[in-house]
Write a protein that binds this ligand. Structure first.
Ligand SMILES: Cc1ncc(COP(=O)(O)O)c(C=O)c1O
Length: 381
């Protein structure tokens, strides 16, 4: 038994994080946080922040360390050596996305989004007044694939295709062949890619994360990549993401216009991210092992207890996308589950038109609570 199994609902409620305080009485399986705390080196970094009185603007040396830590992590883990000066801080991935759209793409160009998709991508489109074109993923018996014809039809010159890899909420990890095929479509259209790789450190073998911008000269030239330690190392409240600009023109534009986005990365976030990437890799290995066990357990539980659910085990992320249409409840599904089963899940409809009758379930729970959550859902459906 892992010590993570022993984390109790009571202790999580007492801590009072958003996952456990938003819906009192419910098991928190919605927002993408984990119940497993943080790595010791991250806690140490927070103590050092205080010891060194780092309450002022971020010293340049800290930002330089963040860049090197990010570059080393990407090189060691994904085999891509990014020059330090291609890496810019940001407060979070969504702020980086907003900055990329505003400063690096032609005004008024559309966003093309394979769906189901991470909910705030829709909000960003609304905030920026950009047209958002949903292109549903294709679902086969064995997996998901991009609808390349649909994407080609939606893309126009200057448009931004959002690639979420690993793909929240379906957990897909894209293969090299899939990414290269997508790159051809993007190049033919004269479009761009925003590659959100925030979940890249949480991939279960044999799947392997491949950074899109690293593939070819063309992908480097048409892509802005964003990542963060926040999901894998459980520090989203500390506010630090990394924007990787592989196109020289983007770097020039960012120097002129990106200062407010980059300046919003916080000292705690910068320090914690550096500690995560450099000194928390064993912790990540342990957590990924536990998550893989949870993924497999969840797969078995769904097969046993929710026989009408359709589910493909994710290759990455700690999120599960469950098709519950077999139970005949298309609208208000998450509300129904939350109020009747007391399990707080994410409404699938928020992930796009294709999400009706689906939920997103965060399985980064202690195992006894994971079992309890599926059992509660099964009893009310
Ligand atoms: C795919 C994806 N992108 C971005 C985010 C949000 O990241 P941030 O808090 O850095 O904006 C999340 C959070 O769950 C996510 O899953």
């Amino acid at each position: 038994m892992s010590e993570l199994d022993a984390i109790t609902e009571e202790s999580l409620v007492t801590k009072g994080g958003r996952k456990w305080s938003t819906f009192p009485g419910s098991i928190g399986a919605f927002i993408a946080e984990m119940d497993f705390g943080v790595a010791p080196a991250v806690r140490q970094a927070m103590r050092e922040l205080d010891e060194h009185d780092l309450y002022g603007y971020a010293p340049h040396a800290l930002t330089a360390e963040l860049r090197t830590a990010t570059a080393d992590f990407y090189a060691d883990r994904f085999g891509w050596r990014i020059p330090d000066d291609h890496i810019q801080p940001a407060s979070d991935v969504i702020a980086a996305f907003l900055g990329v759209l505003t400063h690096l793409t032609p005004a008024g160009t559309p966003i093309v989004l394979p769906t189901p998709a991470y909910m705030p991508f829709f909000d960003v489109a609304r905030t920026t007044g950009r047209e958002l074109i949903e292109v549903p993923m294709r679902r086969t018996e064995t997996g998901w694939s991009l609808d390349l014809d649909g994407i080609a039809a939606a893309l126009v010159p200057g448009a931004t295709l959002v690639l979420c890899n690993p793909h929240n909420p379906i957990g897909k990890v894209y293969s090299e062949a899939e990414l290269l095929a997508l790159a051809d479509v993007v190049e033919d259209a004269g479009a761009r890619v925003f590659s959100d790789e925030i979940h890249a450190p949480v991939v279960y073998g044999p799947a392997r994360h491949i950074p899109y911008a690293a593939l070819t000269e063309a992908t480097a030239a048409h892509t802005a990549t964003a990542t963060a330690a926040s999901k894998a190392f459980n520090i989203p409240g500390l506010k630090c993401a990394q924007l990787i600009l592989t196109a020289p023109d983007d770097r020039d534009l960012w120097t002129q216009k990106g200062q407010f986005v980059s300046g919003a990365a916080s000292n705690p976030g910068i320090l914690a991210t550096t500690a995560a990437y450099t000194r928390s890799r064993d912790w990540l290995t342990e957590i990924n092992g536990y998550l893989k066990g949870n993924r497999d357990l969840f797969t078995d539980l769904v097969a046993d207890m929710l026989p009408k659910a359709v589910f493909l085990p994710p290759e990455g992320t700690y999120l599960a996308w469950l098709d519950l249409r077999g139970y005949g409840l298309e609208s208000g599904l998450a509300d129904h589950i939350n109020s009747r089963a007391e399990v707080a899940v994410t409404e699938g409809r928020l992930c796009g038109e294709v999400g009706a009758g689906h939920i997103r379930f965060n399985f980064a729970l202690p195992r006894p609570l994971l079992i309890e959550a599926v059992d509660r859902i099964a009893r009310i459906l």
